[in-house]
Design a protein around this ligand. Structure first.
Ligand SMILES: Cc1ncc(COP(=O)(O)O)c(C=O)c1O
Length: 395
């Protein structure tokens, strides 16, 4: 059968591709260390899992309201106020099957065919593909490696063109870990208002920061709430990737449109997962804090180990659970191709060290690879030792 042009142009997710390859090798009995997919290795906290089990036992196994149960929407409202000081009404928030669906709903609700959407790079792999699926045109906004990949208004000015309608901001950023600087937010918000842009603020890593500055939400700035859709979820902060619950908060007419889109495509996210997510969002901050501290220790371990491997330059992540590693300093070759190409290095590390990393090409550049430190301390040490060994001899 002939595939649609839409399906033909869609690039597969490189992070999921690495994960597939990893699972294949593991099934063959290979001992692969995964620094690949962005998923906490922790179990979902038991009180959250219990809330899901209770929901099944209590018969919460039917369709719910498309936008989520009143209980979950109330929990989202309470969470946004507690964690970010943002006040939303229940009809200004909705739940979806992961932050991914919340993001896609928002793009379908806001992008007309041919509309350009600014995407700061390095970017999370799905943004350009989702913009294309929505009929829009992704416009990459390079950020400055020397400036730690912090988005500045000058970056946006350089990339701007008259058909731009929106901007996707991801802070803390996947893959670089960069957190939007408070000093830049005012100028960025002025820029968005001057050009009448919508903003999708993907705050999925908002709770996972390691420095002194929390990640400010653009929606909290004057004049921004009415043009911003916040996307967040429980996947990363509560170790709930498989439950598939994300959420969005924004102007009521946009959230209503997103609800109509979801109503005609997937309907409500899983009723059982909604009950568990409500328990997560209502819990006190100790749950997230315990995991954040573990991530902070792993981050230190990862940075220290990477710092000892010549030719690699690890960018200091302020948030999320990834290290963005620039590989331009490597001089060796693999299969006649330079290791300073992230795609080549990722293949080399998988073949020769049984270490899975994600090539930077999916995030917009071949000059880097991304390593996730959402992995046990022992496996981080093992993976780094293997990398060091093969790179000392080949680089
Ligand atoms: C920046 C960013 N946004 C959204 C998502 C999707 O989250 P979810 O698993 O809740 O769909 C991810 C997951 O990797 C992510 O890194």
């Amino acid at each position: 059968m002939d595939l649609s042009a839409r399906a033909r142009q869609l690039a597969p997710s490189p992070t999921l591709a690495i994960d597939r390859e990893l699972k294949r090798l593991v099934a063959q009995g290979e001992d692969v260390v995964s620094f690949g997919i962005g998923e906490p290795d922790f179990e979902t906290p038991s009180f959250i899992a219990e809330a899901g089990i209770e929901a099944i036992r209590g018969g919460a196994t039917r369709y719910t309201a498309v936008e989520g149960t009143p209980r979950l929407r109330a929990a989202i409202v309470a969470y946004l106020e507690r964690a970010e000081g943002l006040r939303y009404d229940p009809d200004e928030v909705m739940a979806s099957a992961g932050a991914k669906q919340a993001l896609y709903n928002a793009l379908l609700a806001l992008v007309n065919p041919g509309d350009a959407v600014l995407i700061p790079a390095p970017y999370w792999v799905s943004y350009p593909e989702q913009v294309r699926l929505a009929g829009g045109v992704p416009v990459t906004v390079p950020t400055d490696p020397a400036g730690g990949y912090h988005l500045s208004v000058d970056d946006l000015r350089r990339a701007y063109r008259p058909d731009v309608r929106g901007l996707i901001i991801n802070s803390p950023n996947n893959p670089t870990g960069a957190v939007l600087r408070a000093a830049d937010t005012r100028a960025i918000s002025d820029f968005c208002q001057r050009h009448d842009l919508f903003v999708i603020a993907d705050e999925i890593y908002q709770r996972l920061t390691y420095g002194s500055e929390p990640s400010p939400s653009l929606a909290s700035l004057p004049g921004m709430r009415e043009r911003t859709v916040i996307v967040n979820g429980v996947s990363k902060s509560y170790a709930m990737t498989g439950w598939r619950i994300g959420f969005a908060a924004g102007p009521p007419e946009v959230v209503a449109a997103m609800g109509r889109i979801q109503g005609q495509t997937t309907s409500n996210p899983s009723s059982v997962s909604q009950a568990a997510a409500a328990a997560a969002l209502r819990s006190d901050d100790r749950t997230v804090e315990a995991m954040r501290l573990r991530f902070a220790a792993r981050r230190a371990l990862m940075l220290e180990g990477l710092g000892r491997i010549p030719g690699l330059h690890a960018v200091w992540p302020e948030g999320a659970f990834y290290v963005w590693v620039e590989v331009g300093g490597l001089s060796g070759q693999y299969d006649g191709r330079p290791l300073s190409d992230g795609d080549v290095l990722a293949r080399f590390l998988l073949d020769k060290a049984q270490v899975a990393v994600v090539p930077g090409s999916g995030f917009g550049t071949r000059a880097a690879v991304r390593l996730s430190f959402a992995q046990s301390e022992e496996r981080i040490e093992e993976g780094l030792a293997r990398m060091s060994k093969v790179l000392q001899t080949s680089a």
